[in-house]
Design a protein. Structure first.
Ligand code: XMP
Length: 517
């Protein structure tokens, strides 16, 4: 396995993705982990990420010395290369200009990392690599034992290697797709240089995970809050595979789910997979608590609180349950670890992660903690979950509660559900569901005037929202074809009595957010 030390790069998770794509297990940790941790991790190779700092920021931003004494190959990327250079006796200087964007790097020498990897040759027949650069500082003097393995005009030492020790540094970013041969470079590093086998595969993972869950849980019982979302669904399927009826799922219908969602979840899990699922219809309770409440954060709080209450009541009916299973995935883990150091404003009090109180006195079972989202999906398919469920757009915990602006009413929820189902239906039929990252309808509790037949109407307005994004931190609105938008609008207005106007949201994030509340 590979250890990735994160120096605060925006794209450190991408490095991990690239390594896992090579079917090699890796973990991402902050660069300042202890030497003991690194020794115990026992990596076959180490990757040092980029980061926003300069090596002049001082020793506190250096890699632990042991990284270079373990006797395993090390790959430094951008800042990772710079700190490698300074720590091993080379020099780094601030460039007068920042280099940012596409660049061609000429391959030099005969490094193992770049051997037979090139995009094209220049007029003199030298191999060239198309790469993505983003740096101010650069290495200006090689540490002893190193040679140059790539250069261009603005960065004479764009890549360096000490073949004897297996140390490599690249000033560019092989983890982003703009670096065309990035994948090949990671393959070369983890397989040929570090000697990692391709053993991180889904079938292997299922076997291992099942064995681990059995060992962990023994004969005890497990309870899991099933939401119908990808993570909790896959966690449920995996745990069920491991321990069968020792698992009980609780599915809470808060009245804010999408059309037929509860039936679908029960169908898939209870009927299809034979998982024990308790279906709690708590719609009336949630609606009651939301009466008169208009503030988004207040609504979130209430929905979260009621969920905990309902779940707790159900779990008390299962006195033998000793474990609480959750669908926590790797990005959640990395994020909450990073959250301590990175300051962020609370725009919305998201994720109900950790929402369940400690008073449940249950041990935590989190079998997806090591997986990225696309691995979770792959696992879901391997476990026999329907494609539609596994590749579903994300749906917020508070559900339609934050898609009905202002006060939530039963009538609004019913109208919204039907409009939303039509929107999603048409998107799927047109092949646009997969092309968008998230799409939904928002209910606006305002009346607008319309005309239908010979009569005047005075009914509600809905907004369509469809965005493309890779991380949900920023997003662009999807340029849906006009004829598709027209079809959707027609159908909603014709089929959903009570809505006479449909608008399309053309705001990006930022400055808007994806949800309207
Ligand atoms: P925003 O609206 O902040 O949404 O751009 C980013 C992503 O987060 C989802 N979201 C939530 N998820 N509880 C959740 O579990 C929430 O309260 C919540 N609010 C927003 C949103 O659907 C989008 O995917």
């Amino acid at each position: 396995k590979i250890l990735i030390l994160d120096f605060g790069s925006q794209v450190a998770q991408l490095i991990a993705r690239r390594v896992r794509e090579q079917q090699v297990y890796c973990e991402l940790h902050s660069f300042d982990v202890s030497e003991d941790f690194i020794r115990q991790f026992n990596p076959r190779g180490i990757i040092l990420s980029g980061g926003p700092n300069s090596v002049y920021a001082g020793e506190e931003w250096q890699a632990p010395d042991i990284v270079f004494r373990l006797g395993v190959p090390v790959l430094g990327i951008c800042y990772g290369m710079q700190t490698m250079a300074t720590q091993l006796g080379g020099k780094v200087e601030s460039g007068a200009t920042r280099e940012f964007g596409y660049a061609a790097v000429r391959v030099r020498g005969h490094s193992k990392l770049f051997r037979d990897i090139q995009d094209r040759t220049n007029a003199e027949g030298h191999g060239l690599l198309e790469v993505w650069m983003s740096h101010g500082d650069k290495v200006t003097e090689l540490p002893p034992g190193f040679m140059v393995m790539g250069s261009n005009e603005s960065t004479p030492i764009a890549a360096m290697a000490d073949e004897v020790r297996g140390f490599y540094g690249v000033q560019f970013h092989p983890e982003v797709t703009h670096t065309l041969k990035g994948r090949e470079m990671f393959a070369r590093f983890v397989h040929d240089i570090c000697g990692c086998a391709r053993d991180w595969t889904m079938p292997n993972y299922v076997d291992e995970a099942v064995a681990k869950i059995r060992a962990q849980v023994g004969q005890e019982e497990v309870i899991l809050g099933l939401s119908g979302g990808v993570d909790s669904s896959v966690a449920a399927a995996l745990i069920h595979r491991a321990i069968g009826d020792q698992l009980t799922c609780v599915f809470v219908d808060n009245g804010l789910l999408r059309l037929n969602e509860a039936q679908q979840v029960m169908e898939t899990f209870s009927r299809h997979l034979g998982v024990k699922v308790i279906h709690v219809d708590a719609a009336a309770q949630f609606m009651g608590c939301l009466k008169g409440i208009t503030g988004p954060e207040q609504k979130r709080k209430i929905i979260g609180r009621e969920f905990v209450e309902v779940f707790q009541a159900e779990s008390q009916k299962l006195p033998n349950a000793k474990w609480l299973a959750q669908g926590t995935i790797y990005p959640d883990v990395v994020e909450s670890a990073g959250a301590k150091t990175k300051k962020a404003h609370t725009i919305k009090s998201h994720h109900n992660v950790g929402g369940l109180p400690e008073t449940l006195r249950l041990k935590l079972l989190e079998p997806l903690r090591e997986l990225f989202k696309d691995e979770v999906r792959e696992l879901g398919i391997a476990l026999g979950l329907p494609h539609e469920m596994v590749y579903r757009h994300p749906f917020p915990g508070p559900g339609l509660g934050v898609r009905i602006l202002g006060e939530v009413k039963q009538e609004f929820a019913d109208l919204l559900r039907r409009a939303d189902a039509i929107f999603i239906d048409e998107l799927r039929a047109a092949g646009w569901y997969e092309k968008t990252s998230q799409a939904f309808v928002v209910f606006l509790p305002v009346h607008s005037v319309g005309v239908m037949g010979d009569g005047r109407t005075y009914e509600y307005v809905v907004a369509l929202r469809a965005v493309e994004t890779s991380d949900f931190m920023t997003a662009t609105w999807a340029e849906l074809p006009h004829d598709l938008l027209g079809r959707i609008s027609n159908r909603i207005i014709n089929e959903v009595r009570g809505i006479n106007r449909v608008v399309y949201d053309i705001s990006g994030k930022p400055p808007a957010t994806i949800e309207w509340e």
